[in-house]
Design a protein around this ligand. Structure first.
Ligand code: ATP
Length: 294
């Protein structure tokens, strides 16, 4: 199968920060959520992937083509990739309707009626200047622009940040429609992990420039859990050898200790008296990034 995105061993060094051999893949038919704390390396990965900044090592393939910084191949691929970065990409003096004109010039397969439909759906007045749009409206305009040239791949960096909950649901519906078409895929970086609960197939987490987990969402939503432990439960679990040494992750709080349980079924067989709750992506990430280990 041809990957839409295939990054292997990507390295990028800044003063005080490095991307350390990042691997990332997006296959056709999948939505990959890319999460991590502020400054973890999401935007750096995305920019290097799109050839907007140079990399110090590794390989990048977009739609099966090798990519390097400023490579002309990016221009050729541009028509097949919709990009929404975390800022509105249009000059501030432009009006909303001018964005449609730009699209017509930039993309041979530009779909004016689709742009108009999305503009209406997103309540973007055609006469408004870009400088007069709210942050959320700017993101909606960029998304409409990205979708109206019928890309196969969407790359979204914090694209739903700044949108109210109803607008986010609307955008997620549009992304679902986009995914109904064969061969399409999305890479979306976000801090709003509840959006990923609704739409992602895979979730990748980066921390200090390293990928710390790369999982099918079902491995979190269906397979994993939080064990709600008392002190004596924690000791019994630690002593049992259920988790290899150093791989039990937990966080203590006033009411007891939460343990990250990767396989709820195996855990329940061995510790039937420990209460298990479903785990959200956010809780999973917090336990991996902030939990103690034993
Ligand atoms: N042009 C640059 N020069 C030097 N350091 C940079 C540059 N761009 C980013 N960095 C550093 O790289 C690190 C990763 O930043 P990046 O923007 O990739 O994080 P992020 O995961 O997207 O964060 P956020 O969630 O806050 O958007 C940070 O420490 C940042 O300061």
């Amino acid at each position: 199968m041809n990957h839409l995105i295939k990054i292997e061993n990507l390295e990028k060094h800044y003063d005080g920060f490095s991307l350390a051999k990042v691997n990332l893949a997006v296959e056709p038919g999948t939505v990959v959520g890319f999460i991590g704390s502020n400054g973890a390396g999401k935007t750096t990965t995305i920019k290097a992937m799109l050839g907007l900044i140079g990399a110090n090592g590794g390989s990048i393939e977009l739609l099966g083509q090798p990519v390097k910084v400023n490579s002309p191949i990016i221009d050729q691929l541009k028509s097949q990739i919709g990009i929404v970065l975390d800022t509105c990409a249009f000059p501030s003096t432009l009006r909303v309707k001018d964005a449609g004109r730009l699209g017509r010039v930039a993309y041979p397969q530009w779909d004016g009626p689709l742009f108009e439909q999305l503009r209406g759906q997103f309540c973007l007045p055609e006469g408004k200047k870009i400088s007069e749009l709210s942050r959320g409206m700017g993101m909606k305009l960029t998304l409409a622009f990205a979708l109206a040239h019928h890309p196969r791949l969407l790359v979204l960096d914090e694209a739903t940040a700044g949108l109210d909950p109803m607008a986010r649901d609307e955008v997620l519906d549009i992304l679902r429609q986009f995914m109904e078409q064969e061969g399409h895929g999305i890479l979306m970086s976000t801090h709003i992990t509840s959006d990923l609960e609704k739409i992602a197939d895979k979730v990748m987490c980066i921390d200090e420039g390293r990928i710390v987990f790369d999982l099918d969402k079902d491995a979190i939503s269906d397979q994993a859990a939080i064990g709600r432990c008392r002190k004596q439960d924690l000791e019994a679990i630690a002593a049992s050898g259920f988790f290899p040494a150093g791989e039990m992750r937990f966080q203590s709080h006033g009411f007891g200790t939460d343990v990250l349980v990767p396989d709820r079924f195996a855990f329940a067989r061995q510790f039937p008296d420990v209460a298990l709750d479903r785990i959200s992506i956010e809780e999973y990430m917090t336990l991996v990034l902030k939990g103690e280990t034993r």
